[in-house]
Design a protein around this ligand. Sequence first.
Ligand SMILES: NC(=O)c1ccc[n+]([C@@H]2O[C@H](COP(=O)([O-])OP(=O)(O)OC[C@H]3O[C@@H](n4cnc5c(N)ncnc54)[C@H](OP(=O)(O)O)[C@@H]3O)[C@@H](O)[C@H]2O)c1
Ligand SMILES: *[C@@H]1O[C@H](CO)[C@@H](O)[C@H](O)[C@H]1NC(C)=O
Length: 301
Amino acid sequence: MCALLFAEVLLEAVFLSVDPYMRLFSKISMNEGDVMIGSQVAKVIQSKNPAFPVGSHVVSNSGWRTHTLSDGTGLTPILPEWPKDMSLSLALGAIGMPGVTAVYGIEDVLGLQKGETLLVNAAAGAVGSVVGQIAKIKGCKVVGSAGSDAKVAYLKELGFDEVFNYKTVGSLEEALRKASPEGYDCFFENVGGPSSFIVLQQMKNFGRIAVCGSISTYNDSEPQTGPYPYSIMIIKELKMEGFLITRWQHKHPETLTRLLAWVKEGKLQCREHVTKGFENMPAAFMGMMRGENIGKAVVAV
Ligand SMILES: NC(=O)c1ccc[n+]([C@@H]2O[C@H](COP(=O)([O-])OP(=O)(O)OC[C@H]3O[C@@H](n4cnc5c(N)ncnc54)[C@H](OP(=O)(O)O)[C@@H]3O)[C@@H](O)[C@H]2O)c1
Ligand SMILES: *[C@@H]1O[C@H](CO)[C@@H](O)[C@H](O)[C@H]1NC(C)=O
C-alpha cells in the first residue's frame, strides 16, 4: 500500500503489449537501464481519482512495469460498452492501437474504395489481420503475405482472397502477379526493405501506398541502401504516404467504438498470441519480431 495524493491512482498491469516500434525506439532514443516504453491494460488497485475507481481498468502508457503510480493523465478507460465476456487484452490489439492503425491507413491515407484490390504484408499480424478484414468489409479484393503456412491458413479462414507464404513462394514477383494479374490499387506496407521495390512494380498506374511500418529494417545497425523507388513511382504515377496514428488522436474514441461494434457483429475476428508471465516480456517481444505470433502478441501477467 502507498499513500496517494489527490487524483493519483495505483495501477497493476494485467496485459502488456509487445510492439515493433519498441525496437525502433530503443535504437533511436534509449539508453541501457531505461524502462522500456509500451502500453498495458491495468487494473486500478488504489485510487484518489473519481474518474478511475478501484477495480476499473484502463489502457496506460506505463512501459514495461507491473505497478505504476499515475496522476490520471493519459489514462484511457475501457469503453463502457465492452462486453463482460470479452478479454480486455483486445484493447491492446484489434480494439486498440493496432486496430486504429488499420482504420486510418485504409480510410485516411489510402482512401480505399469498394471493388479495389489491396495488398497487405505481415498480414497475419496485429495490424495486418485487421487491415485485410476491414478491406473485405468495404467490398475489396484482398491479397495478403505472411511468413508461415499456419498464417496462410488463418488468413484464408478470415476471408482473404489470395494469400501466400513469402518465405517459401520462391519469386515474390510471380506470387504477386498470380494473386492479382491486373495489379494492385492499394498497398498497405508493414515490412519495408527490398521486397517493397518488387511490390511497386506490380502496382497499377496511380496506385496508392500507405507506409505504416518497415519491420524488416528495424533491427538493422546500418541503414539499407537501394533499390530506389523513384523511377517506378514516376512511370506508374504512384502516391506513397507515411503516417503515424497520432495524427488522428482526436478520432481514437470514435474509431475504437466502430472497431468494437465490428467485433461484436462478428465481422472482425481477432486472434491473439498470449505469453504468460511478466518475466517473459523480452522473450515475447523477440518472438514477435521473429514472427512467432499469429494476431496480436500480448503478455498476460
Ligand atoms: N505508423 C504507425 O503509426 C504504426 C502503428 C502500429 C504499427 N505500425 C507498424 O505496423 C507493422 C505491423 O505491426 P504489428 O504490431 O501489427 O506487428 P505484427 O505484424 O503483429 O508482428 C510483426 C510481424 O512482422 C513480420 N516480420 C518480421 N520480420 C519480417 C521480415 N523481415 N519480413 C517480413 N515480415 C516480417 C512477422 O510476421 P511474418 O511471419 O509474416 O514474417 C511478425 O509476426 C510494423 O511495421 C509496425 O511498426 C505502425
Ligand atoms: C537483431 O540483431 C541482433 C544482432 O545485431 C541479433 O542478435 C538478433 O537476433 C536480431 N533480431 C532479430 C529479430 O532478427
